[in-house]
Ligand binder design. Structure first.
Ligand code: SF4
Ligand code: SF4
Ligand code: FES
Length: 242
């Protein structure tokens, strides 16, 4: 049986070139066995069009760089097999994030701002002692920290979120997940009220419409639905109006 011919339609636009205009460009490519979209894009860049821009680092769903809209859904190119797609494939850059060019977007600035807004570090008065033994932590707590900590900052949940698409300052599921990670950390001495100052407003939990596109889009199954629900519950218990 001969291999499928793929028709890959790619968004092209370089905002740094004054005369460039957004357009779609089509590439034809023979599908190979086990081909990921990441491999297909590299083949296009190596054999057909060296000017095509897209990001990648790890090729293994670890770095979060290669997220893009694949037939309308935010996905990692390195984790998407072409055999799971129809032969006509449309690729667009992730919305919400600043376009660098073609399929490459700047997720780094967005996530750096998120770290600053959520103060994503352990707040403690304890002096660091390099000679001290590590603090012990029970398995349940360690797991509750580990799960949200797995986020690779790919931006898929943000791109799929209706609120993030219309409200520039919405911290998204990734942001609420980040706050939840520190809320369960016994080493972090912030009060609930301090956490809720970050998430208890329209740019946080109140802006979330709860349709869970974020949870559906996360390529590594960070449990966003339960994280969002947990933060909501904590806020309700603290007597805040939801
Ligand atoms: S559930 Fe909330 S955070 Fe998730 S996609 Fe919907 S609005 Fe965005
Ligand atoms: S929570 Fe999932 S979808 Fe969102 S940025 Fe992290 S890894 Fe990506
Ligand atoms: S290249 Fe690293 S996640 Fe795809």
């Amino acid at each position: 049986m001969s291999n499928r011919q793929l028709k890959i339609s790619v968004f092209r636009y370089n905002p740094n070139l004054p005369d460039d205009k957004p357009r779609m460009q089509e590439y034809q490519l023979e599908e190979q066995q086990g081909m990921t979209l990441f491999v297909a894009l590299n083949k296009i860049r190596e054999e057909l069009d060296p000017s095509l821009m897209f990001d990648f680092v790890c090729r293994a769903a670890i770095c979060g760089s290669c997220a893009m809209m694949i037939n309308g859904k935010p996905r990692l190119a390195c984790k998407t097999l072409t055999k799971d797609l129809p032969s006509e494939i449309t690729l667009m850059p992730l919305p919400v994030f600043k376009l660098v060019g073609d399929l490459a977007v700047d997720t780094g600035t967005w996530f750096r701002d998120l770290q600053v807004r959520t103060e994503a570090w352990v707040h403690t008065d304890k002096e660091f002692d390099s000679q001290a033994l590590e603090d012990r932590m029970d398995n349940e707590t360690a797991l509750a920290i580990y799960e949200p900590e797995r986020c690779i900052e790919c931006g898929c949940c943000v791109a799929s979120c209706v609120t993030a698409n219309i409200r520039e300052d919405f911290i998204g599921a990734a942001g609420i997940n980040r706050v939840a990670r520190f809320m369960v950390d016994p080493r972090d001495k912030r009060s609930d009220a301090q956490y809720f100052e970050v998430v208890g407003n329209e740019d946080g939990t109140f802006g979330c419409v709860g349709l869970m596109a974020c949870d559906d889009s996360c390529p590594i199954q960070v449990p966003l639905e339960s994280q969002l629900a947990w933060v909501r519950r904590k806020m309700a218990l603290a007597g805040l109006k939801l």
